[in-house]
Structures are given as structure tokens and as C-alpha cells.
Design a protein around this ligand. Structure first.
Ligand SMILES: [Zn+2]
Length: 322
């Protein structure tokens, strides 16, 4: 009996000590974040999360509203996501890309919301066929009618635009935490250096390809094509889930045959069925070209730079480029 009591006391004592030490750690961490230490940053999808992590470094804790492996275009927010927008020190988003985020930012974001669109210089347009199809749907009210052009949101596939967003993000973080302004500026400069090295690799790798026509299922590569002197031929438009009609499929198939296009690209987060159909009709191959709208188990690498280099390898093999 007494031996049991002693054992119990010993075990209990040990447990309390362990809990005590771990809760002390937690308290220190929480105290830091509550006292101008770590800024809480909510990013609306992966490339913005990546930029915030690179520029913010240890001074920020970044969460992503678009879960890994999910497709960001038609993101729906849960109440706790909207609450995280209300609680964040900074909300980084791209206006016009995710209607649910635009709405949450309008109601909860206040002056802590940072729209990267101006820094990203969104100057390309394309046809958003999915939203055209759903015209009249309440969720997409106010969007362009069928056949009209809308702004292309996929700026991050041009690394130099992502570098510009990084610089703007450093200014925004510095305003939120002036004591760390120099750190954010230095981090953004290092981020730019990485992105410019990638840009140099892409320019060199895609400089003399047999074909400069990139035929993709999801029309996400306009900014990449523009930067490296290529032309994008999209099968489904700016949103990846749209079902192209038979006439569009036939047009693309004719284009592929006439221009001796070797490869039809599809992406990791969406079914390859459309690309496979065109490939089967034309004798072209299919390959993955990742729009980096999320990083998941299917991704070729674990971060933006890695997946962009995988994209470069896919394009060099697919176009092909020497
Ligand atoms: Zn997209």
C-alpha cells in the first residue's frame, strides 16, 4: 500500500515537473507573440505564404487559407478561417483571385489587409470560362460575361514579379514592426537574389526551344510565357476546373498538329483528362507543368523554387529545348 502511494507520488511529481517545464516554454512563446515579437500573417494561397515566410523570416508566423493540395481559385472559407483573417497582424492576398477571400478581407481585414495586385503588375488578360459558365451564380455575381476577358492572376510564374511582391511585403511588414525593418529589407533582398537566379536559369533554358508554343490544360502560364518569349495556348481558360467544349478541343487539336507541338501540359491539382484527350487525338505526349497554386504530396518539390526548376526541366524536355 505505502509502496503504491510512494510510486504514485513519484510518477505524479515527475509528470507535473514535465508539464511545468513545457508550459513555461509555451508561456514564453505566447508572451513573445503578444508583445510585438512574432507577427501573425495570414496568406491566401501558397506563393504568398512562401513570399511572407521568406521576407518575414523568424519574425513572422504564417498560415495559409488554402490547405496543402487544395485548388485556390474557388476556395471556400470556414468560420475559423474568417476569424483568422480578423485576428491576423497582416493578411496577404491577391484581389480578384479568390472571391471568398476578397469578401472576408472586406468585412474583417481593415487596414491590416495587403493586396499584392499593384506590386505584381497584373497586366495580362485571358478568358475565364468557368466563371462565364456559372454566370448568374450568386458566388460569381459581378464577374465578366461569357467570352469577355478578365485579368490573369497568375503573376508568380514570372519570378521577377514575385520579387517585386517580396519588396512590397518588406515595406508592409516594416510598417507593422518598425524595429525589424532592416531585417525585412535584407530578407527581401535575399529573396530577390534567389528569384533572379531562377529567372536567369529560365531565360537560358528556354532561349532556343524547337517550339515556343506552350499548350496547357489550365491557362496559368501567361506571365511565364511573356517573360521568356513564349506563347501560351490554353485549353480550359484561366480557371482549371472548366470543361472545354468540343469546338475548343478540336481547335486546340488542329493547332497542335499544324504547329507540331510535342507536349500537352497538365497540372497536379486537377484531372489530366482534357490534356490526355487532346494528346490522344494528336499523338502528342503529356507532361506536368505545375502552376504552383499549392504544394502537396503530388508536387515535384517542397517549395516554389524547387517546383519552378521542375517546371523548367519539364519545358526543356517537352518543347524541347537544347
Ligand atoms: Zn490558376
Amino acid at each position: 500500500m505505502s509502496r503504491w502511494t510512494l510510486a504514485l507520488i513519484t510518477v505524479t511529481g515527475f509528470t507535473l515537473a514535465a508539464c511545468g517545464s513545457s508550459s513555461t516554454d509555451t508561456a514564453a512563446g505566447a508572451g513573445e507573440s503578444a508583445d510585438g515579437g512574432v507577427l501573425t500573417v495570414v496568406a491566401s494561397f501558397y506563393p504568398l505564404q512562401y513570399a511572407a515566410e521568406q521576407v518575414g523570416g523568424d519574425a513572422v508566423a504564417v498560415t495559409n487559407l488554402t490547405k496543402p493540395g487544395a485548388e485556390p481559385h474557388d476556395l471556400e472559407l470556414k468560420p475559423q478561417d474568417v476569424a483568422s483573417v480578423a485576428d491576423a497582424d497582416l493578411v496577404v492576398y491577391l484581389s480578384g483571385f479568390q472571391p471568398a477571400v476578397d469578401e472576408a478581407v472586406a468585412s474583417e481585414g481593415g487596414d491590416r489587409a495587403f493586396d499584392v495586385a499593384p506590386a505584381a503588375r497584373l497586366d495580362l488578360t485571358g478568358v475565364d470560362e468557368e466563371h462565364a459558365e456559372e454566370e448568374g451564380d450568386e458566388e460569381h455575381a459581378g464577374e465578366e460575361a461569357a467570352g469577355e476577358e478578365v485579368t490573369d492572376p497568375h503573376f508568380w510564374l514570372d519570378p521577377t514579379r514575385l520579387a517585386d511582391v517580396g519588396d512590397a511585403l518588406a515595406e508592409k511588414l516594416a510598417a507593422a514592426d518598425p524595429e525589424r525593418a532592416d531585417t525585412f529589407t535584407a530578407n527581401a533582398a535575399a529573396f530577390r537574389q534567389d528569384l533572379e537566379a531562377l529567372d536567369t536559369e529560365l531565360a537560358a533554358g528556354l532561349g532556343s526551344c524547337a517550339s515556343n508554343d506552350i499548350v496547357t490544360s489550365h491557362q496559368a502560364f501567361g506571365y511565364l510565357a511573356q517573360r521568356y518569349g513564349m506563347t501560351q495556348v490554353g485549353i480550359t481558360g484561366l480557371s482549371p476546373e472548366a470543361e472545354p467544349d468540343a469546338a475548343t478541343m478540336a481547335e486546340v487539336a488542329d493547332f497542335v498538329i499544324e504547329n507540331k507541338v510535342a507536349t500537352i501540359y497538365y497540372e497536379t491539382l486537377v484531372s489530366p483528362a482534357v490534356a490526355e484527350t487532346v494528346a490522344a487525338e494528336t499523338g502528342a505526349k503529356t507532361a506536368v507543368l505545375d502552376p504552383i497554386e499549392g504544394i502537396g504530396d503530388e508536387s515535384a518539390a517542397q517549395d516554389y523554387l524547387g517546383v519552378m526548376r521542375a517546371n523548367l526541366a519539364a519545358l526543356k524536355a517537352g518543347q524541347p529545348c537544347p
